[in-house]
Design a protein around this ligand. Sequence first.
Ligand SMILES: O=C(O)CCC(=O)C(=O)O
Length: 280
Amino acid sequence: MTSRPPLPTSTFEVSPTDEDVDSFHELGYASFERITTDDELEWLRAVYDELFAEKTGAFPGGYFDLARPYDAPGQDRLPQILVPELRVPELRDTTYARNGRRIASALLGVPEDTLQTWGHMILKPARYGSETPWHQDEAYWDIELAYNAIGAWMPLDPATVDSGCLHFVPGSHRGPVLRHRHISDDPAVHGLWTDEAETADAVAVPLPAGGTTFHHPRTLHHAGPNTTDVQRRAYANEFQQAPTRRDVAADHPWVTEGQVEWEKRDKIQAALAHRDARAR
Ligand SMILES: O=C(O)CCC(=O)C(=O)O
């Protein structure tokens, strides 16, 4: 990792109003125009660009294209980096993280210190960044566990309908997890989508850089392709209480199918890391 300026300090605090909390419970999402500072945005963009330029992520396999089979050659269309804070621990100390935790705790109605967090970064490259299809976050998660969680999503560039802002289906968080499938019906493609979503009432939520949406893990959401000349960088954080074990596992066969491919890939990544270590 190249040298970059230290994380800027700030005392910029954002808290949700009672109306924000009520609206979140009603709609399943809430948005805030700004929860970080200009200085921090600049710092975050530098970290983000370094991580995506390296294409490595925080652990072997922690970088992949959500829209194509793992490690397919060619241009990535929807690359993601998982848990970047393992690689850059200062990401846990940002104004974004602090405001995110405060807002998440108020929206969920739980104490801040009961929230765990993990992050992921999703890039829609200029002109060919592909759609993030309709999905619910919970559809990705461990079928043995029950969650009390909320997702925060902050663009580092203006997010418009044309560059890939999020769209939500109001009230969909009150429904069940719908049947999902892997993009291209290929379990080696990480991205999931559902064709069961009723999206006629969906609402687009454009945001300036540094604004943030918060959504319930069952809220149906999607983002269109990036058809603009500007990349759309987004940094998301999940805030969750410690998950509890379910009495009966969720019936989400797409998770089990995906795990088989993920584990195969894990073995390949471990073998490549071993080969590279020996070559040094
Ligand atoms: O960044 C995107 O395109 C999608 C993000 C998303 O679905 C999420 O953070 O839950």
